[in-house]
Design a protein around this ligand. Structure first.
Ligand code: DAH
Length: 360
């Protein structure tokens, strides 16, 4: 066999045997690289006589073409095989169920859910959120809200008082969210439209009362705010919150030192076999207190009662959460029992919005 034939066979065999692209590249360099075997033959042509060069040149060039073609073919085959291998190893069975993530087992506490629902409803009505501290002064919790000095709510039995500080001032745990009204009016010029969700504290404990509970206060102050606005606002809130198209409300005269007139509000409901439904039936359920802000309160907060008027309300958040989601015992809210939370809690990504639905 001629040297050329042998070289051809060896080179083609090496190309065929190359297991991957780097190995194939090594074969190419060994044959066609600067110092490659085929390149050497091509370089040798220059030293030959014209006749020798003609016959040998044609053969060497034919060899070069064959090697080049074989290299291209093998490279394409290796590429296809590599792709085939990747596709085979990286297949995903898209019909498999998704793996459970921590988001699936975590739950939002019903109170956080209800807080978010309330914020979504009032944000839609143009209200912003105001906050105040849990530890209050007597002045903001009572005096500025027009509580007379001897009012029973100041009684030691209801209010948690702190030990007097060095100056002799006796702070207290706020007994309602109404002091946030005071703070808002002192800070902000009307028009005012705020809700004030937060904790309140009273010395009380049974199935529907805990020493710490949650309220949301509402306050609107401007030059025209009137009772009609108050009733409309509360009725819009109740319909949105209880997710019913209509709800009858009953406004009963009542008394709060900080409003005049003052009312308690009942909403229509039915109670069949222990289940409460809103927007239907013959029964009534008390859900909140409200009224027109007392002129003394406006004046105490630096607003001229001859120019401004306002309305306000206070709702027990825990209470309406219990009603809406059928939770019988308020104390369970604060016991941190994970089984209770799993049962009554909400999925973290189902954030309540008016558009997508509050609780679905
Ligand atoms: N602060 C009252 C309470 O805790 C609730 C309340 C009633 C708030 C009437 C108001 C209101 O703003 O106007 O019982």
């Amino acid at each position: 066999m001629s040297d050329l034939r042998r070289l051809e066979q060896e080179t083609l065999a090496a190309i065929e045997a190359a297991a991957d692209e780097p190995a194939l590249e090594a074969v190419r360099v060994a044959a066609l690289g600067k110092k490659g075997t085929v390149s050497a033959l091509l370089a040798g042509l220059g030293k030959m006589s014209p006749e020798e060069r003609r016959s040998q040149g044609a053969r060497v060039n034919a060899l070069k073409d064959k090697v080049t073609a074989a290299l291209a073919k093998r490279r394409a085959a290796l590429k296809a095989a590599a792709l085939e291998h990747r596709l085979a190893t990286e297949t995903i069975d898209v019909t498999l169920p998704a793996r459970p993530s921590p988001l699936d087992s975590g739950r939002i506490h019903p109170l956080s859910q209800v807080n978010d629902e309330i914020a979504a409803i009032f944000a839609d009505l143009g209200f912003s959120i105001a906050e105040g501290p849990d530890i209050e002064t007597d002045d903001y919790n009572f005096a500025k809200l027009n509580f007379p000095p001897e009012h029973p709510a100041r009684d030691m039995q209801d209010t948690f008082f702190l030990t007097p500080d060095a100056s002799g001032e006796r702070k207290l745990m706020r007994t309602h969210t109404s002091p946030v009204q005071v703070r808002t009016m002192l800070r902000q010029k009307p028009p005012i439209r705020v809700i004030c969700p937060g904790r309140a504290y009273r010395c009380d404990s049974d199935q529907t009362h805990t020493p710490m509970f949650h309220q949301v206060e509402g306050l609107v102050v401007d030059k025209q705010a009137n009772l009609g606005h108050l009733k409309w606002t509360l009725s819009e809130f109740c319909k949105a919150f209880f997710e019913v198209s209509d709800v009858a409300m009953r406004f009963r005269p009542s008394y709060f030192p900080f409003t005049e007139p003052s009312m308690e509000v009942d909403i229509q409901c039915s109670r069949r076999s222990g289940e409460i439904r809103f927007g239907e039936g013959e029964d009534w359920l008390e859900i909140l207190g409200c009224g027109m802000v007392h002129p003394n309160v406006l004046a105490n907060c630096g607003l001229d009662p001859d120019v401004y008027q306002g309305f306000a309300w206070g709702i027990g958040i825990d209470r309406i959460a219990m009603l809406k989601y059928g939770m019988p015992d308020l104390r369970a809210f604060f016991e941190a029992d994970v089984r209770w939370l799993k049962h009554y809690g909400f999925r973290p990504l189902d954030f309540p919005t008016l558009l997508a639905g509050l609780s679905s």
